[in-house]
Ligand binder design. Structure first.
Ligand code: HEC
Length: 145
């Protein structure tokens, strides 16, 4: 015969243990969608991929000049991008891109990747190379507010 008084603690543990692990896991797991990185870490990431440190001056030239298309990066983000930008197509406001002027810039790896892919395709008609991304990041991090 089963005694419900004995079963109760183990049933509780069956429920409580996974919940406890969920709470622990949520605290320890790196958030993949927000505030998981920093501008310095992104510069490091692209420099390692490129096998060379980013060069700010090359990044500045890439950022501020058109690359055969209608827009440069500065067309939407401004020159220098230390103030809010304005989308060249829609007119929508864009938060400043320079980390010195926007503490949220380059703090979300997925966002960085998504927008670099989209914006490089807009401006260069192809994805940016790791070296170009390192140059861009190096440039943006030289900017002061
Ligand atoms: C047609 C307009 C446009 C052009 C041109 C453009 N961008 Fe953007 N960019 C945007 C918009 C809009 C966002 C999203 C802003 C937001 O959500 O805060 C963005 C976001 C970004 C982000 C993400 C920033 C973050 O918060 O981490 C990066 C990096 C970026 N752009 C780089 C570039 C670079 C480099 C170029 C040139 C190759 C470029 N952009 C050209 C419109 C543009």
């Amino acid at each position: 015969m089963k005694n419900p008084r004995i079963q109760k603690p183990s049933a509780w543990r069956r429920i409580a243990a996974p919940i406890a692990w969920l709470i622990v896991g949520a605290g320890l797991a790196p958030a993949t969608h927000a505030a998981d990185t920093s501008p310095a870490q992104q510069l490091e990431r692209f420099s390692v991929q490129a096998g060379a440190p980013g060069q700010p001056e090359r990044g500045r030239v890439l950022f501020t000049t058109r690359q055969g298309g209608e827009w440069s990066c500065a067309s939407c983000h401004g020159n220098p991008p230390t103030a809010p930008g304005k989308h060249a197509g829609t007119g929508k406001a864009i938060e400043p891109l320079a980390p010195a002027a926007n503490p949220k810039a380059f703090t979300d790896t997925a966002k960085v990747d998504k927008w670099l892919r989209r914006n490089c395709n807009d401006v260069l008609k192809r994805e940016c190379s790791a070296g170009e991304k390192a140059d861009l990041l190096a440039y943006l991090q030289t900017l002061a507010r």
